[in-house]
Design a protein around this ligand. Sequence first.
Ligand SMILES: [Zn+2]
Ligand SMILES: [Zn+2]
Length: 179
Amino acid sequence: MGIHILWDSEAPAGIELPVIRMIAMILGEEAELVEYPLLIDGYDRDRNQHDAQKILDRLQDTLTRRYDIDGPLLFVTSRDLYTGGCDFVFGLARPRAGVAVVSTARLGNDYYGRVPDDTELIDRTAKEGAHELGHLLGLGHCSNPECVMFRPQTLDELDRKKKMLCPVCREALAPLQEG
Ligand SMILES: [Zn+2]
Ligand SMILES: [Zn+2]
């Protein structure tokens, strides 16, 4: 099957390959970068954020229908995302459509007034990318705070997660990958 990753031209440049390699390692799937033009919808001027659902709508329409991509697709963007009822989200997945989005807006140290660090940005982007892709592969949320499928509410909770699935999630994923 293989995972496809689309990188927003405005998302942090130069970290694509390490992020993709780490995602492939976490999920035990092949992952590759794809390039397609994508219109980014859902900007809310008052919030200065994008509605993640609208981005997924466009991903689903433009890519899965027009380009007929086979396998899960993750879009990495620098736009800050929200969705109904949440002030912000690190990412959002739509498993039935095979599309997901992850935002780097709140993954960099600069957002929190700390010294920027590419290694941390790569780790966080890979963990949250792998999390959303995990949903596309059929996994739900996990209560283990060190597991990639744990849903973090804060940067500290995200950083507490390891770059791996816990044994329970790994076991749950194996039969899904064989199918
Ligand atoms: Zn989740
Ligand atoms: Zn888990």
